[in-house]
Structures are given as structure tokens and as C-alpha cells.
Ligand binder design. Structure first.
Ligand code: DAH
Length: 345
């Protein structure tokens, strides 16, 4: 019986040493220490022994049982530690792997275009100024030599904030030109400013008209500024935005706050002047309005028109972007379609 117990112990320990997962360990426990396990059955067999042998065999049997139980616990702890180590190894982060990048935003094409246009003028010494989008009639029209009931008001379809039946109240500015006045009222020449911003028009929206869009206004006032300064400045600007090889054309145009007034066109960068769809066959593309500041506008802000002269210009930023990138519908800018916007990173 003692030999039997020792053989059972040796065999069980040998098996235990090879076990390395919890399911096998449990099977081992059931096999040796379970209710019908080998050791349990052996212990039950004690009853049939001669009473004189019982104490010795019983003690040995209990020693074997305790040994198997403590070895079982030790093995279980080892296996648990091993599994924990494996799990930690599995979760380890390889810090040398490249990270996964999240979605990154970008500036809207119009914001980029505004920056590009204003930067071009900043290089020429112009300073950025911003003004209010809700504006007085006086700044939007009157101080710009557009009196109440003057037919020139028909050039701008206006959102009036309050309409008493007579001009004079507040409105959403129809252009950035009012900031010419706001700046001149506050400063003395020389003035060299650029005004980017939103403007509003009461428009039927279509491929080339929006009720909100962006303009960049420019103004320079000093002694002895001439049309040559206007042309030099605007040609330098067009070269920066549309390419060094662009040629410019200036023709007479009418704006109440300039005299003479002009429109500037560049030769079409798609067909190089030959005539195509973009330039509607003419070879030329209008990009902005400009002119020499009207003496009445200068006098209105207290600048002596006999001493000072200036030039001004204004352009639609959406139009510049449409020409530069061949975009054929202004509504695309504000449709919030990422497939469109992401093309302009
Ligand atoms: N404010 C004009 C418009 O919105 C554009 C313009 C034309 C601005 C001539 C100027 C200018 O400063 O000289 O149509």
C-alpha cells in the first residue's frame, strides 16, 4: 500500500510538472484529488487495512494528499503568472511603429484665396484692415459719392436692416468700399490698406451670383499718386496670383467713387489670349474694378484733393478663385461638399 501511494505520488507529480494550462490542471486535480480521484479512492481503501498498519499508512496517505494539494496550488500560481506575462507581452505597444493619424481639417478655399490675395498686397506695403458687415448707409453709399435716390444705387442690390422708405439707416454692406472712408476719417495720408471681408447682395442666386460673397478692397492715398501707380500695383498683384507672364488691359468703367474709373482684365491663362470658353472667346478676363479716388470722396473725409490723390480697387474673391482654378459655379464654395473642398488643400 505504501509503495502504491509513493508510485501514485511520483506519477502525479511527474504529470503535474508537464501541465501548462488551467484546463489540464483541472483535469489533473479531478483525476487525483477529485471525489473519485485515485488518491481519494486509495484513502478509502484504508478501512480494509489491518488496524496496526492504519496509522502509518494513513499518515503517509495524508502527507501525499497535502503534497499534491500544495503542488497543485503552486502550479496554478505558476500558470497564472505565465498567462499574465503572455497577456502583457500581447498588449505591449511598439513605440517604433508609425502612429495612425486622425482626420485633419484644412482652410476653406476662400480663406486660402483671401490670404493669398492679401499677402500679395502686403508684400507691396499694404496693411490689412477689417470693417463691420452691418454698415451705415452713409459709409456704404453717401460718403462714396452715391447720394440717396442716385441711380448708381441700382448697381448694388441691398439688404436693408431697417427701411423707412428713405435711405439713411443700416444695411448689410454691399461692398468693402465703405472701409476706405472709415480708414481715411481716422488717419492722415499716406494710406495704404487692403480690406478683406464678406459682402451681401439681394440677389437671385445662380452659377455666378451669391447673396453673400467676399471682396478685397484696396486704397492708397498720398501726394502725387497717379494712374501709373495704380497700374503698377495691380499688374504686380496679377503676376503673383495668375503667373508672371500675364498681360493686363485697363479700360474705362464707371464707379461713382473714382474718376477716372477702370476695369482691369488679364489675358486668359487657359488659351493665352486666343479665345476659349473661360474668356468667352475674347481672350481677356475681367478681374476687378479700380480707379483714381474721386476728389469729392477725398474732400468728404477732409483730405485736400489739391494736395492728395489716390487709387482704389475692389475685387470679388470667389471670382478670382473661379478663374484661377477653373471653377464654373459659385455655389460650390458654400455647398459644404467635402469632395469639392478637399481638392484645394
Ligand atoms: N465696390 C465695387 C463693387 O463692389 C468694386 C470697386 C470698383 C471698388 C472700383 C473700388 C473701385 O475701390 O475703385 O462693385
Amino acid at each position: 500500500m505504501i509503495d502504491q501511494l509513493q508510485a501514485l505520488r511520483d506519477h502525479a507529480l511527474e504529470e503535474l510538472a508537464r501541465i501548462d494550462d488551467l484546463a489540464d490542471l483541472e483535469a489533473w486535480r479531478i483525476r487525483y484529488l477529485g471525489k473519485r480521484g485515485e488518491l481519494t479512492l486509495a484513502l478509502r481503501g484504508l478501512g480494509s487495512l489491518d488496524p496496526s498498519e492504519r496509522p502509518v499508512v494513513g499518515r503517509i496517505a495524508n502527507e501525499v494528499k497535502e503534497l499534491l494539494e500544495s503542488e497543485l496550488t503552486a502550479r496554478r500560481d505558476r500558470i497564472a503568472a505565465m498567462l499574465r506575462a503572455q497577456e502583457i507581452a500581447r498588449q505591449a505597444v511598439d513605440v517604433t511603429l508609425p502612429g495612425r493619424s486622425g482626420p485633419v481639417g484644412q482652410r476653406h478655399l476662400i480663406t486660402q484665396m483671401l490670404d493669398e490675395v492679401t499677402a500679395a498686397f502686403q508684400r507691396l506695403g499694404f496693411q490689412i484692415v477689417e470693417g463691420p458687415e452691418v454698415e451705415w448707409d452713409r459709409y456704404n453709399f453717401e460718403a462714396l459719392n452715391i447720394p440717396p435716390d442716385h441711380p448708381a444705387r441700382d448697381m448694388w442690390d441691398t439688404f436693408y436692416v431697417e427701411w423707412s422708405g428713405r435711405p439713411g439707416g443700416m444695411l448689410l454692406r454691399t461692398h468693402t468700399s465703405p472701409d476706405q472712408i472709415r480708414v481715411m476719417e481716422k488717419t492722415r495720408p499716406p494710406v495704404r490698406i487692403i480690406v478683406p471681408g464678406k459682402v451681401y447682395r439681394y440677389e437671385a442666386v445662380d452659377a455666378t451670383h451669391e447673396s453673400m460673397f467676399h471682396q478685397v478692397e484696396g486704397l492708397a492715398v498720398d501726394e502725387q499718386l497717379t494712374m501709373a501707380d495704380l497700374k503698377g500695383t495691380l499688374v504686380a498683384f496679377a503676376h503673383q496670383i495668375f503667373g508672371r507672364e500675364r498681360r493686363a488691359r485697363f479700360r474705362c468703367d464707371y464707379f461713382p467713387f473714382v474718376e477716372p474709373g477702370a476695369e482691369m482684365a488679364i489675358d486668359c491663362h487657359v488659351c493665352r489670349g486666343a479665345g476659349c470658353r473661360l474668356c468667352k472667346g475674347s481672350g481677356w478676363i475681367e478681374i476687378l474694378g479700380a480707379g483714381m479716388v474721386h476728389p469729392r470722396v477725398l474732400a468728404g473725409v477732409g483730405y485736400d484733393p489739391n494736395v492728395y490723390s489716390g487709387f482704389a480697387f475692389g475685387m470679388g474673391v470667389e471670382r478670382i478663385a473661379m478663374l484661377k482654378y477653373g471653377i464654373d459655379d459659385i455655389r460650390l464654395f458654400f455647398g459644404n461638399d467635402l469632395r469639392f473642398l478637399r481638392q484645394f488643400r
